[in-house]
Design a protein around this ligand. Sequence first.
Ligand code: MG
Ligand code: MG
Length: 624
Amino acid sequence: MNPTSIATVSLSGDLAEKLQAIAAAGFDGVEVFENDFLTFDGSPRDVGRMIGDLGLKITAFQPFRDFEGTPEPLRARGFARAQRKFEVMNELGADLMLICSNVSPQSLGGIDRAAADLRELGEMAERYGLRVGFEALAWGRHVNDYRDAWEIVRRADHARIGVILDSFHTLARNSPLGPIASIPGERIFLVQLADAPKLDMDVLSWSRHFRCFPGQGDLAVADFVKAVQSTGYAGPLSHEIFNDQFRAGSARRLATDGMRSLIALADQTRSSLPPRADVQGVEFIEFALDEDTADDLAALFAALGFRRTGTHLSKSVTRWSQGAINLVLNTEKDGFAQSHAIMHGPGVCAIGLEVGDVAAAMARARGLRIAAFEQPVAPGEMRIPAIRGVGGSLLYFTQAEGEFGHVWEREFIAEGADAASGAPLLQSVDHISQSMDYEEMLSWLLFYTALFDLARIPQTAIADPAGLVESRPMVSADGSLRFVLNGSQATRTLSSRFVSEHFGSGVQHIAFSAPDIFAAVQAMRAAGLSFLDIPANYYEDLEARHGLAPDFIDSLREHHILYDRDGEAEFLQVYSHVFAQRFFFEIVERRGGYAGFGAVNAPVRLAAQAREARPVTVPRPLRD
Ligand code: MG
Ligand code: MG
């Protein structure tokens, strides 16, 4: 793996906070942004010492702008500015200055003119014992392609002058990657990495606000890195991310994400970890709550068609099953579940995933620096490997056979096996929806997709009556695992209120698949359940939009079912009321391979839930 580095501009906080976060995440080096340096109260030597004491190297000092190809007297002024920077760099202990291509309208074109300027600068750099790297900005006035930047460096023909490659500037312009291979690796002084979501906007705004870590966007960063590796380049791979979400986030979390991104990228280009875990299905979903609330939730499970099928050998834990779904109710008085319930109120504290190889999944998680979870187990009790997930919840790994298999037989006393006769109303977990602070969404996107074999579905913005909610699904190829991440910058949306009233991120709803959604709703109603009210206007609009048969529309209305269609594929969905102001269930039926989540219906659902939301009267859990 190349040395790892990150630019200070990528993180929030003051320079000291950024550097501490970067060191804690295990980076080898740091690009010092001049602005972070200028706003810091300390001499260049102090800053240099602080960086050295943290065990970090300075990868580059940047940016130096609008230098090459300027007419006099600007040209002389450019050299004077450079000299001043070189003096600062000597005190700081930085050996590489980054020059980005000139954007000034006063600059003049001409590859030889630029090469001559850089050669002369190379002479000055030599006197200071420094190097200079030249980078093409995608919006440079005359130089906006790395191939031109390299040609200028080649003609400058000075050992102190090299080229800097940046994945964003290269990929944003769709520059071909092939020619990178013809640059000698030792003439590449630095390689900067950034990804970005595909957005149709001007390149400058796109770069300044929407860059993200590789693995969080849509650019072919792994292909770029492979091209760089073909040159023999052995220098640092350095994140240079400008992103509004990052500026609002925690420096520690972002630095950890940055390291995870580099590890995942190295794995993509050189397979250094076990493969992304192939999830075969959701083995269980565990709820932590107190006994009173647990009785209510058990009643809700029963009305949804679940049967109590087991009691834990030693703990106050029960198993509820239907089809391939297992729900676990945990009312233990100590241990992880109880502390989760105290911190977050009643809700999902853990999700169990069946994978092909538990040991490999745990090894990959470890490689990605994802924290494992351990808690003491009683003698004879099974230790199920787990990692920390969203909002401090756990992800357990099980497998069909072997050491980590047969969890139910080994941990639970089976009961009521004959009660679950007849066809189940619900068959499997269709998707799990988690709400989080908007700033955390990219972190969890990277977490899930680096660890699991999940494809990212484009993000959609959904209108909640109180603002926009961003929704980001991730799905496995066969649909055995679907997570949906939700976050909102508006504070009163249902998604944001979930996070603020829930003391953090977590599972907001679970969708189960039904073989026959109409039959399921009828049976559940007969068991005393009612469903979220949907306004009549919705069904009238549905009739106009899809030209469905009137009696089918009547049936949807009568069952409170929402409908969507994609070509011939159809999607039917119905929602429970919100339980304990915390979470709710959805029942879906996918017909003809429908792959989405009914995003078109989400505003209707959110408005209906907003109407139902009572003022918060449930006593809030204490935060310790
Ligand atoms: Mg750059
Ligand atoms: Mg849903």
